[in-house]
Design a protein around this ligand. Structure first.
Ligand code: HEM
Length: 288
């Protein structure tokens, strides 16, 4: 391949890397805001808020489309990044004597590819742990218990479904059946009476605390999971420290007045976002 063709394809790759990378930064902000509910609200209120949020994310058509754009962006960003690193290495078979990432773009691309690959492995295992369970696994619906005085003044606990027609409690009884994962029906006659929420909150709690939570089995490797999540957030931070401002450069968005601000904001983003993600599993583990 001629040098100019190689350069052109490498520029196109950098452009797409930057574009998908910045889109994924937006995804991270949205995902972080949703996940912070896991620690900002506690008890039944937190459980309800998070499960309602997860239900909304799964039902809203616009969010669904954005989810597919996210999956495609992750794949595109990862494949493009590896191809760029390989292409740069091929274009410079003799390595620089000193590997200075700022002066040497092939070493920069290689470092980013290594960090990115670790993040990709994190995302893949993370999606198996949560996303796959939510979409393909059998997560119980969110039910809550209410204690009341039963016959002869004896205290009894009755369970109700949390559902989208909130004012009417739907008791967990044989007459109410779940169809198509969410739909709650009266058995006879078959009438739909609402849609329940999957209890993703309990799945996350059981995963990071290791304890059985509302019928969801505890994760026996919870401590390892918390450590690996925290380490992955360090890797994410380094990847963003390099990537955020270089994305603006690749897109040609350089301006004497705005570039220092973008660089500063990029550093803040690269530290604050992974740090906030990292404290979520740690707080869940210690507070529960
Ligand atoms: C440490 C804190 C985190 C927690 C507690 C967490 C939790 C979750 C949960 C519960 C889901 C499933 C949501 C659903 O299917 O409705 C999910 C999905 C996902 N997470 Fe995370 N996450 C965390 C960090 C991250 C990070 C740092 C990344 C990326 C680097 C990430 C990427 C994703 C992706 C791509 C999905 C699929 C999203 C979709 O279907 O739209 N997560 N996460």
């Amino acid at each position: 391949m001629s040098k100019s063709v190689l350069l052109k394809s490498s520029l196109a790759k950098k452009y797409w890397m930057a574009f998908t990378g910045l889109f994924l930064c937006l995804f991270l902000v949205g995902h972080l805001i949703g996940n912070l509910q896991l620690i900002l609200k506690t008890g039944e209120e937190g459980r309800r808020a998070f499960n309602e949020y997860a239900y909304f994310m799964q039902q809203n058509i616009l969010i669904k489309v954005m989810s597919y754009v996210t999956y495609i962006s992750i794949l595109f960003h990862a494949i493009d990044g590896i191809m760029l690193a390989v292409q740069n290495k091929k274009a410079r078979p003799v390595q620089y004597a000193k590997n200075n990432a700022n002066a040497n773009s092939s070493s920069f691309a290689r470092q980013m590819a290594v960090l990115g690959s670790i993040i990709f492995i994190f995302i893949a295992t993370h999606m198996v742990n949560f996303w796959a369970k939510m979409h393909f696994g059998s997560i119980p619906l969110h039910t809550y218990g209410v204690s009341m005085n039963g016959e002869m003044g004896k205290e009894e606990k009755k369970f109700y479904f949390t559902h989208d027609l909130a004012p009417n409690p739907l008791p967990v009884v044989d007459e109410i059946v779940v169809k198509d994962e969410f739909d709650l029906y009266i058995k006879e006659p078959s009438i739909k009476v609402g849609r329940g929420y999957k209890d993703l909150h309990s799945v996350v709690m059981a995963f990071f605390t290791g304890k059985e939570t509302n019928g969801v089995e505890g994760n026996q490797y919870a401590l390892i999971a918390v450590i690996l999540y925290t380490l992955s957030m360090f890797v994410l931070s380094f990847h963003l420290l390099h990537g955020f401002s270089s994305a603006f450069q690749s897109l040609g968005l350089r301006h004497p007045r705005y570039t220092p601000f973008i660089t500063g904001f990029g550093k803040f983003f690269a530290i604050a976002v992974p740090l906030l993600f990292a404290i979520i599993p740690i707080i869940i583990m210690y507070a529960n």
